[in-house]
Design a protein around this ligand. Structure first.
Ligand SMILES: [Zn+2]
Length: 207
């Protein structure tokens, strides 16, 4: 993992955590929605900016390679070419995996919040069961309660980080152990990110 991608991951986690705080502290649904939309716009802008930087770096590299083969090319020409190419960069943030991942997390966050706030004083065990069925707190690998949940971006399943790392250390070519998972890919630790929703739920509902 490069340093910049790690920074982006940390930034994305901050966005989700901020959204979590908004969901927690804004009681007025309309206002909450408005603030959440603002936050999403910020993330979207950041995704587009990152995509632009990525594209610009690629153009620069391509031009550098080209210049190595054609040393007679004038600097002004190369600069002009670079400027033109940069001005033509088009980014579609909807293709950005970061935004999709964020949307999925926020949806989970809102569902979790609804389940928790519906938990009134006269709740029955059935309601509690329903809440637990919406958010899984049991690690599919160790079959114990998770403490550090991570979500596999490939299939969406959540595992406890410690047991996942231990499992992959034993055999790095391991597929998702969740029964019924349709992903045939081996689990890639880089694709497994902290799952803020499950983490929040665990904190709210101590064992
Ligand atoms: Zn899976």
């Amino acid at each position: 993992m490069t340093q910049s991608s790690q920074i982006i991951e940390e930034l994305d986690d901050c966005f989700v955590k901020t959204a979590g705080n908004i969901v927690k502290y804004y009681a007025d649904e309309e206002e909450r929605q408005r603030v959440l939309e603002k936050l999403r716009d910020l993330l979207k802008e950041n995704c587009m900016e990152s995509a632009r930087i990525k594209a610009a770096n690629k153009i620069r590299k391509d031009l550098e390679n080209l210049s190595a083969f054609e040393p007679e090319r004038k600097v002004e020409d190369v600069t002009k070419e670079y400027r033109t190419a940069i001005s033509e960069i088009q980014v579609n943030s909807l293709e950005d995996n970061r935004l999709l991942t964020y949307d999925r997390q926020i949806q989970g966050l809102l569902e979790a919040n609804e389940a928790v706030s519906g938990n009134g004083p006269d709740d029955t065990d059935a309601d509690l069961q329903l809440m637990y069925s919406q958010i899984n707190v049991i690690d599919p690998i160790s079959k114990t309660r998770m403490t550090d949940p991570v979500r596999n971006a490939v299939c969406g399943h959540v595992y406890d980080k410690e047991s996942l790392v231990a499992m992959l250390r034993k055999n790095k070519n391991t597929r998702c152990p969740v029964v019924g998972c349709t992903s045939m890919d081996y689990i890639d630790l880089n694709q497994c990110r902290p799952d803020v929703v499950t983490k929040m739920y665990l904190e709210k509902n101590p064992a």
